[in-house]
Design a protein around this ligand. Structure first.
Ligand SMILES: [Zn+2]
Length: 108
């Protein structure tokens, strides 16, 4: 008998998201990992249709298009799998799945 595990249910989820400093966002995960993200890095890794070509996966947004002073204005949960971030540069279509956020977690 094999036990089939739901990969979504067994993925870590954020238990706390907070502004760590004026330029960093900190996420604490359900498995205990703590990730501190430079916010400009998150903004540059947006995967929405305006930032990444939906068909080819090629990045449209250039790192130089994002000012280092960009800030998250609001964070909105999207279902139980992602967060939407509205940015100070007016960009608000970006959705960051928890899986993507874990990939972006900088080495501590
Ligand atoms: Zn985007």
């Amino acid at each position: 008998m094999a036990v089939v595990l739901d990969p979504i249910m067994n993925s870590p989820v954020p238990t706390e998201i907070k502004q760590a400093s004026s330029t960093e966002l900190q996420i604490t995960w359900s498995d205990g990992q703590v990730c501190t993200y430079p916010v400009a890095h998150l903004r540059r890794n947006c995967r929405c249709a305006a930032c990444v070509d939906e068909w080819t996966g090629a990045q449209i947004l250039k790192p130089s298009d994002v000012n280092d002073s960009v800030k998250p204005i609001t964070l909105n949960p999207v279902g139980n799998y992602a967060i939407n971030i509205e940015w100070s540069d007016g960009h608000k279509s970006g959705i960051y799945t928890f899986e993507h956020l874990r990939e972006l977690c900088p080495a501590q």
